[in-house]
Design a protein around this ligand. Structure first.
Ligand code: CP
Length: 308
């Protein structure tokens, strides 16, 4: 049994196996109805709990569909409706759920909720996003890049905007998959030093460049995300927008990267804020492939969690 808690906590050879498994399974399903089951049913007769303490469209639907395609069943739980949201400890919740279900996916605020859940759970726990990281998203992003452009190893990825939880998992992936990452954004929103250090220690070149146009020179992939994350207070919105406006991904910025550079965004996006509609709907954008690949990448993650 394996927990999938973060990309830097997972062995690079396992990460590669997960991506390759996702490519194979996706290919095998081409032309099949979306709801049809896989030939192999690694989750047959298994129950997966999907816990959400924050809103979600992609994570919720892709996990739910993925489990069903692999022959399992899901129960979607809202943190506030569970005793977890009314004082029961995480440890007790984990021990109880382990008696009922075969796997737990949790989207929560504080990272310690995730790690404590994993510590006390007898079944695999998957990180469906915390305030600090979003590893399932970046597994889908690596899969998407490689489908379009081949191996991501050695490529230059530019993160434009807020050094948030999704950016953190991109930094983890840089170290584990061997690509370089340039962060361009205001100093107040730099990614955590710890995450930059981990990527550098793993041999990845991490650059901080305040000038967005200089940052994207030679870029193979430009990534943006919302300027106000779910865990940021709405009162900071105006201040964050003022700081982040120079980092909007628009046609001019895309034109300063390599001609075949891709654009990614984990969605949901705020059109005309962090990215223009022209870029989102343009020929370099792969945002909907990214969204689809949440399904394929997470199915491979779940297989791996069960030792497959
Ligand atoms: N990208 C992502 O995690 O989307 P949701 O918040 O809709 O799950």
């Amino acid at each position: 049994m394996n927990h999938f808690l973060d990309i830097h906590k997972t062995d690079p050879s396992d990460l590669r196996a997960i991506i390759d498994q996702a490519k194979t399974t996706k290919q095998a399903r081409l032309g099949h109805p979306k709801a049809a089951l896989d030939d192999e049913l690694p989750l047959k007769d298994r129950m997966v709990a999907l816990i959400f303490e924050k809103p979600s469209t992609r994570t919720r639907v892709s996990f739910d569909v993925g489990v069903r395609q692999m022959g399992g069943q899901t129960m979607v739980l809202s943190g506030k409706d569970m005793q977890l949201g009314h004082g029961e400890t995480i440890a007790d919740t984990a021990r109880v759920l382990s008696r009922y279900v075969d796997m737990i996916m949790i989207r929560t605020f504080d990272e310690t909720v995730l790690t404590e859940m994993a510590e006390y759970s007898d079944v695999p726990v998957i990180n469906g996003l915390t305030d600090r990281t979003h590893p399932c998203q970046i597994m889908a992003d690596v899969l998407t890049y490689e489908e379009h452009r081949g191996p991501i190893k050695g490529k230059k990825v530019v993160w434009a905007g807020d050094g948030n939880n999704v950016c953190a998992s991109f930094l983890h992936a840089a170290g584990q998959f061997g690509f370089d990452l340039t962060f361009t954004g205001p100093a107040q929103l730099d990614p955590e030093e710890e995450f930059i250090g981990l990527a550098r220690k793993a041999g990845s070149k991490v650059t901080i460049e305040r000038d967005a146009f200089k940052a994207v020179e030679g870029a193979d992939l430009i990534v943006a995300d919302t300027w106000v994350s779910m865990h940021d207070s709405q009162s900071s919105k105006e201040r964050r927008h003022n700081m982040l406006r120079p980092y909007q991904v628009n046609d001019d910025l895309m034109a300063a990267a390599k001609p075949d550079a891709l654009f990614m965004h984990c969605l949901p996006a705020h059109r005309e804020e962090e990215v223009t509609s022209a870029v989102m709907d343009g020929p370099q954008s792969v945002i909907f492939d990214e969204a689809e690949n949440r399904l394929h990448a997470q199915k491979a993650v779940m297989r791996w969690c069960l030792g497959g």
